[in-house]
Design a protein around this ligand. Structure first.
Ligand SMILES: *Cc1c(COP(=O)(O)O)cnc(C)c1O
Length: 266
């Protein structure tokens, strides 16, 4: 797993450089390692290197890994589309939820947090636009709906509002989208000063997100390598990797499937 250590060092260096370039203290930008499709063994290895926060976009995959890694000091984050019938199980893991984008989810998570006896930390996901199908698959509240959603989340005893989360549109310069997100975050913070976190930036655009004020960047590919499904992160798909170690990956040893992206580590 030497690749993981190098990747972690490189990603942290990118974050630190971006923070300094923006005149920010690097310690104010956290790293969320998005481990979706990668096995629990990789999470364990990164945790041993001091990485604490891990993100998943499918509830079942998060529950499976949380079960395998019980006793390991780490914090789970859920960054995918959440179905209400899976909220209670998710909340029992203590996961931070980054994808609250409608009042029905506020209600459901509030109830789950109250029955767990511990407020659920939530980010409100904002739709920053982009191609229609892409934005719909990804989720997110319309920016105009976010202040009222923030009020509802802040009032809910079973929730703790952390701030906003967003994914920049896939194509084009992410800076204008992140600037809109930052302005919206500032407005929400004026009403709810405790909502001082901003979850933004991925492998390809973390520098722009840090420049716009991100306090938590969500990085998958730059840490773990390319996922088997190039566009899978916003689609329902089965995890390909969670049942096997990388060393045993069929593509790794045979290289026989030209249509599948072979997971690689830089
Ligand atoms: C997969 C995913 C990430 C990480 O994306 P990379 O480009 O692999 O770094 C971040 N945020 C969300 C919501 C994701 O689904």
């Amino acid at each position: 797993m030497a690749g993981l250590e190098e990747n972690l060092t490189a990603v942290r260096a990118r974050i630190d450089a971006a923070a300094r370039a923006a005149g920010r203290d690097p310690a104010t930008v956290g790293l969320l390692a998005v481990s979706k499709t990668w096995p629990a063994a990789d999470v364990r290895a990164l945790a041993a290197l001091g990485q604490h926060d891990f993100g998943e976009n499918r509830v079942q995959e998060l529950l499976d890994k949380a079960g395998e890694l019980e006793g390991v000091a780490l914090r789970w984050h859920f960054v995918g589309q959440l179905q209400r019938n899976k909220a209670a199980a998710l909340v029992r893991t203590g996961a931070v939820v980054h994808s609250v984008d409608r009042t029905s989810l506020v209600t459901t998570l509030d109830r789950a947090g109250r029955s767990a006896g511990r407020p659920v930390e939530v980010f409100l996901q904002v739709d920053l636009g982009g191609p229609v199908g892409e934005a719909a698959a990804r989720g997110g509240a319309q920016p105009g709906d976010v202040p009222a959603l923030a009020d509802a989340a802040a009032e809910a005893a079973g929730l703790r509002l952390r701030g906003l989360m967003a994914v920049a549109p896939r194509d084009g310069d992410p800076a204008p989208a992140f600037a809109r997100l930052a302005a919206l975050a500032e407005r929400v913070r004026a009403d709810h000063p405790e909502a001082d976190a901003l979850s933004a930036g991925m492998s390809g655009d973390l520098e722009a997100a840090v420049a716009a004020g991100a306090t938590l960047v969500r990085v998958g590919t730059a840490l773990f390598g390319s996922r088997p499904l190039p566009c899978g992160e916003f689609e329902e798909h089965q995890p390909r990797e969670s049942q096997q170690s990388h060393g045993a990956h069929p593509n790794r040893t045979t290289g026989d499937d030209a249509t599948t992206t072979v997971p690689t580590r830089r």
